[in-house]
Design a protein around this ligand. Structure first.
Ligand code: SAM
Length: 204
């Protein structure tokens, strides 16, 4: 099993936003700001990716015909904006988020915008993946104690064609290890890497 790097060109940033994407991003950003201001106990692991770049990257992936199928999952979904944008792009889309307050907010935003992307409360980290224990000391921002949520969703990791995540710096390999162990051949893992932009790999 191999992971193939697929270069996402800088020109992705000049792709037009998908119809309705700016409305989703603006609405979600307002909801996120209001939540942050009203929340007494901050959620330290929650930071947002560049939603516009994510929307443009989804368009680029479609244009390049890289998708093996139509099913999308956002690992560590936060407000679920990635899952909502993927739904806007016509994908069958879910998110997984461990923090119940974020799950509630995400599904409220999706319902308000009438977007069919559901965020499930629980962990994206599957049980029984060999070698995950090797990362134990390095992983500070992913909850690795909870059981996973795939039974409730009704899909395994192997059923998703595109997975998106925003790992904290130094934690990318953990996400890639799970992807390599559990995804299907042909599936894609898109990760946001801050100033370095988007990173895309395919399982071969
Ligand atoms: C860096 S934030 C990214 C949020 C969102 N994907 C985005 O790009 O805006 C990472 C999120 O992962 C969540 N998280 C941490 N461990 C998790 C786990 N085991 N399962 C699901 N979500 C988890 C955190 O609560 C946090 O909301």
């Amino acid at each position: 099993m191999m992971l193939q790097q697929i270069e996402v060109p800088d020109s992705v940033k000049s792709i037009d936003y998908h119809d309705g994407a700016e409305r989703v991003v603006d609405f979600a950003n307002e909801a996120i700001e209001a939540f942050m201001l009203s929340d007494d106990i901050p959620i330290e692991n929650f930071v947002t990716c560049d939603f516009h770049l994510l929307d443009q990257s989804l368009t680029w992936i479609e244009q390049q015909h890289l998708l093996a199928g139509n099913r999308f999952c956002e690992w560590g979904a936060g407000f679920g904006v990635g899952a909502m944008l993927a739904a806007l792009h016509g994908m069958e889309s879910v998110g997984i988020e461990i923090e119940p307050r974020l799950v509630k907010q995400a599904n409220h935003v999706a319902d308000s915008l009438a977007i069919s992307a559901h965020v499930y409360g629980g962990s994206f980290v599957p049980r029984d993946v060999e070698g995950l224990e090797d990362f134990a000391g390095e992983i500070k921002n992913v909850d690795t104690d909870e059981g996973d949520i795939y039974d409730e969703i009704g899909f395994d990791i192997a059923d998703f064609d595109l997975i998106f995540a925003f790992p904290w710096p130094g934690e990318h390999e953990f996400f890639e290890h799970i992807f390599a162990a559990c995804a299907s051949t042909g599936a894609l893992l898109l990760t946001y890497r801050g100033r370095e932009g988007m990173n895309l790999i395919r399982k071969c």
